[in-house]
Design a protein around this ligand. Structure first.
Ligand SMILES: Cc1ncc(COP(=O)(O)O)c(C=O)c1O
Length: 421
């Protein structure tokens, strides 16, 4: 009696398990990616690359320009757009020569490629890294760091170090002071400590030229459930204004046209439509709109960046060690019927097309030949191309040899990403 009950229960569990089996999510490439696949089969070099949809890039750039409508100039965030061709294209379209930079080799690269640029650091660099810029700049550079480069200073110690560097170099260094407007990522924490730094500057008169302030407020895009975005933005901007009020008291140091930088892709629409103390916004990623930038505020922007990788192997979705269980597992989850091994992998990206492809959590990831699984209906084969959507552009562009430019369904050129990570 007991045994029969157990068998009955087992059968019921099996039936319930079967009823709960995942639906077949496999699909062939949608028309956009099918055309891209055909194009890459003809014109690709057989190694992974990034595709920039120029129509989407133009849409994003024009939307940004329209929203800011001359009210706020844009500073292009170079780490998120790390290719000279891309930066140059956007700089031209947006009428800006302002770039925000986070890496010393990239500073030298931009000083060389954009001799008219205005470069602002997005994070404070060790004074030794700053020294390297001058050592690597060369004597014949058209770029004049004493006018075109602004270092970021976050503490009294760094202020003293940069003062010393200016003395050692025998030339003035421009600086902006990093302020904490709620992100808790360093910078001067309150107006009183900013005032102490400014008093030190006034008393020591080092060869440092104060340009203004930088306060990044991305926390406003990630508010907890108990705080509204509107109030978080208002609080952060009130903090920014308090720093400005203090700095304005130092009339001998504070410039008549200060640099007041802030924002980023995730918050720029707030500055565009609300009252803001900033006089420029830093924007990078949303022009390519990788997956981490799918937010309500950025809903009108379009994805413009894809990873394309050729399929090296297409086979039955077998897993090691499973033996006789394998067919059952595949019948239970049809999305395990096929396994594709693609060229490269382990990018911060999600499989996108054909829809229904996914990483195999039972198998793991690979940077060399990533395994993607899907059903029979994901109709791709060896030498076809699959597409992934990067989560971010920062650190992704530099992992590829080429950005291939797609316009109206045709390849119209390519850009080389920066080589330094
Ligand atoms: C200081 C600063 N400003 C702006 C940005 C915004 O960059 P993006 O527009 O690419 O998100 C960042 C990103 O990390 C940052 O650190």
């Amino acid at each position: 009696m007991k045994r029969r009950r157990l068998i009955g229960l087992g059968a019921a569990a099996l039936i319930a398990g079967w009823a709960l089996r995942p639906s077949d999510r496999g699909q062939a490439h949608a028309p956009y990616f099918d055309a891209l696949n055909q194009l890459l089969r003809r014109e690709g070099n057989g190694i992974p690359l990034l595709v920039v949809d120029m129509d989407a890039l133009d849409h994003n750039t024009e939307l940004l320009a329209r929203r800011l409508a001359g009210k706020l100039p844009v500073r292009l965030v170079a780490k998120s757009l790390a290719a000279n061709g891309l930066l140059g294209y956007l700089a031209e379209k947006l009428g800006t020569q302002r770039f925000m930079v986070f890496h010393q080799p990239q500073l030298n690269e931009l000083a060389r490629a954009f001799p008219r640029a205005d470069l602002l650091l997005g994070k404070p660099l060790p004074a030794k890294a700053a020294l390297s810029l001058y050592q690597q700049l060369g004597n014949h550079s058209a770029f004049d760091p004493s006018r075109q480069l602004t270092w970021l200073v976050d503490t009294p110690q760094r202020l003293a170090e940069y003062a010393q560097l200016a003395g050692a170099l025998g030339q003035p260094l421009q600086i902006a002071l990093e302020i904490d407007v709620g992100l808790a990522r360093g910078g001067f924490p309150d107006p009183a400590q900013l005032a102490t730094a400014l008093t030190w500057l006034r008393e020591h008169k080092p060869s440092l030229v104060l340009r203004g302030l930088m306060g990044y407020e991305v926390q406003v895009a990630h508010t907890p459930p108990w705080q509204s975005q509107a109030s978080a933005f208002a609080e952060s901007m009130a903090r920014y204004r308090a720093f400005i009020d203090t700095a304005q008291g130092f009339t001998d140091l504070w410039p008549s046209e200060p640099l007041l930088n802030g924002a980023g892709s995730l918050t720029y629409p707030l500055h565009a439509r609300e009252d803001t103390p900033l006089n420029e916004v830093a924007v990078g990623s949303v022009l390519l709109k990788p997956g981490d930038f799918d937010s309500r505020l950025l809903g009108a922007h379009r994805p413009a960046l894809y990873i394309a990788s050729p399929v090296l192997k297409a086979q039955d979705g077998a897993l090691p060690y499973l033996g006789g269980v394998q067919p059952l597992l595949q019948r239970w989850d049809r999305n395990r019927e096929r396994a594709l091994y693609i060229y490269g992998g382990q990018w911060p990206a999600e499989p996108l097309s054909p829809a229904g492809l996914r990483y195999d959590s039972l198998y793991g990831r690979s940077a060399n030949q990533e395994r993607l699984i899907g059903s029979e209906r994901t109709a791709v084969d060896v030498d076809d191309w699959v597409f992934l959507r990067p989560d971010r552009s920062e650190g992704v562009l530099t992992a590829f040899n080429e950005l291939r430019l797609l316009r109206h369904g045709r390849f119209v050129g390519s850009w080389a990403p920066h080589k330094h990570p």
